[in-house]
Write a protein that binds this ligand. Structure first.
Ligand code: TYD
Ligand code: MG
Length: 480
């Protein structure tokens, strides 16, 4: 203490020392409270700072936080209302009631609407449209919505809502980050649906760590989920994602909620994909597609139509692939440009496709099929800005490259689906019937894949299925 007194005396003489004073008192304060270092990825707690988390192995994820009190909340005897256990087969099945939203794509991804009492986490990059998606739901669907924003002021929310068009007069907005305030607002307003934008901004005064840290996120989310379950209302939480594409904050956040939705897309393009990476009440294979317009997000019911740009033009280097995203077949247009390299090293550029995969396909075409592509620049573009990982697109990419190389166009009503192997063989793809049915619906006439057509005859009446086993065979068929 003597040191502190000396310091204060000195400070009264030299006022500029007050800066040090602030730092000094903060240090004394921190020292009086027990702190520990918590991994922001896995919530591992350590007494001292280490560069690499011993639990999850991530680097630089430990942040100093004030340690919670060690006394267990569960000490003492159990509560009087002791639960009994019952044999599983005697339990009666209760159908989950679902609330249909005004947004059909969202309904589909959620597995048929919102489940009361469920917590739904929506993650996505900044500016992709998370706030727009949920605000649109709040202002267009009927029911009492409470939209809580820790990121924007009420005024900003109003401006955005005006763009979308307000149809729900029972939608309330508030700009706050304080958990206590939020809880009392929920008690007071009794909303039917709660939206929190975003969990990373929430702050509970019981936890002394900064907003966005593991302890804060865990505590606030836990409390909100408890309230949502108790009131039996759906709760939407918006979460930021990190550079690597994970939802910022601890993995525990994803464990706590019932559903995790990802909102993706390329900001250069207007199309957005909504998919579930976890869903306790439905499958994770459904996707929703939206288009960002000036007045909000538009649901895209028939994605293939917008993804195919030059339907009737006889251009070389364009080929349609039947891809599958989740459970949804999509007709995707692959564009390719092959031209002689001006510089020593030929350029390979992709947009919406994997560059390594393209290099592999080019090597196959060169070595196995004898095309001289080593001295050619190759550019690939998947229209719409979607990034698909379906290997069935290989065949469309290869066909587009060959079409551009030969400068011969592919008729617009041909569609391709197949994985290309290292020896130039075309492998069958999954769920080919679904792809064929979708392609037929869109008016395509010939479907190239490696599957015997007999089995498919009854499914595709107006579609000619052409079996191709090797790339050379396909080349012969198309270009003779
Ligand atoms: P936003 O919902 O704020 O993204 P997030 O919450 O994921 O960070 O989306 C913002 C972007 O969307 C912004 O760049 C503007 C654009 N936008 C439109 O194009 N049309 C609209 O009607 C709205 C509301 C936003
Ligand atoms: Mg936002």
């Amino acid at each position: 203490m003597a040191k502190i007194e000396k310091f204060c005396l000195l400070q009264s003489k030299l006022p500029f020392l007050s800066v040090f004073n602030v730092i000094f008192t903060r240090r004394v304060e921190m020292a009086s409270k027990k702190t520990s270092f918590v991994c922001q990825q896995c919530a591992y707690r350590s007494a001292k700072w280490v560069g690499k988390c011993p639990s999850c192995g991530e680097w630089n994820t430990l942040v100093e936080e004030i340690a919670p009190e060690s006394k267990s909340k569960y000490q003492g005897k159990a509560q009087s209302n002791i639960k009994t256990v019952s044999p599983l087969h005697t339990l009666s099945k209760q159908d989950t009631v679902r609330i249909l939203t005004s947004d059909n794509e969202l309904n589909r991804v959620l597995g048929g609407g919102m489940v009361p009492g469920s917590a739904i986490l929506l993650g996505g990059e900044p500016g992709i449209g998370k706030s727009t998606l949920l605000l649109q739901l709040a202002v267009q669907m009927q029911g009492k919505f409470l939209y809580i924003s820790g990121e924007e002021s009420e005024n900003q929310i109003k401006m955005r809502a005006d763009r979308i068009g307000i149809r729900n007069e029972d939608c309330y907005v508030v700009s706050t980050v304080d958990l206590r305030q939020i809880l009392s607002l929920i008690d007071q307003e009794e909303p039917n649906v709660i939206v929190i934008d975003s969990v990373q901004t929430l702050q509970s005064d019981l936890i002394e760590s900064a907003p966005g840290t593991v302890s804060q996120i865990r505590e606030c989310t836990n409390e909100l989920i408890r309230v949502a379950k108790q009131r039996d209302i759906p709760l939407f939480l918006i979460g930021h994602i990190t550079k690597e594409g994970f939802i910022a904050g601890p993995k525990v956040l994803e464990h706590m909620v019932d559903t995790v939705l990802q909102f993706e897309g390329d900001r250069q393009y207007n199309y957005r994909l909504l998919r579930a990476s976890k869903n306790r009440f439905g499958s994770t294979s459904e996707i929703g597609i939206y288009e960002m317009l000036n007045d909000g997000l538009r649901e895209v019911a028939n994605p293939s139509e917008i993804l195919i740009s030059h339907k009737n033009e006889d251009l070389s280097g364009i080929c349609i692939g039947a891809a599958l995203e989740g459970a949804r077949p999509l007709m995707i247009e692959a564009q390719s440009l092959v031209s002689s390299a001006v510089y020593g090293t030929p350029q390979r550029n992709v947009n919406g496709y994997d560059l390594r995969r393209l290099n592999m396909l080019l090597a196959v075409l060169e070595k196995r099929c004898g095309f001289r592509l080593a001295q050619q620049d190759v550019f690939i573009n998947i229209t719409g800005g979607l990034k698909l990982e379906d290997p069935a697109l290989d065949l469309a990419i290869v066909t587009a490259i060959l079409s551009s190389y030969e400068d011969l166009f592919i008729p617009y009503n041909y569609v391709f689906a197949g994985e290309v192997g290292l020896s130039g063989e075309i492998r069958p793809v999954s769920k080919v019937e679904q792809r064929i049915v979708e392609a037929e619906k869109l008016g395509f006439k010939k479907f190239f894949t490696n599957i015997p057509k007999e089995g498919l005859a009854k499914k595709a009446k107006n579609m000619e299925v052409i079996q191709v086993k090797k790339v050379e065979e396909l080349f012969q068929y198309l270009f003779g």
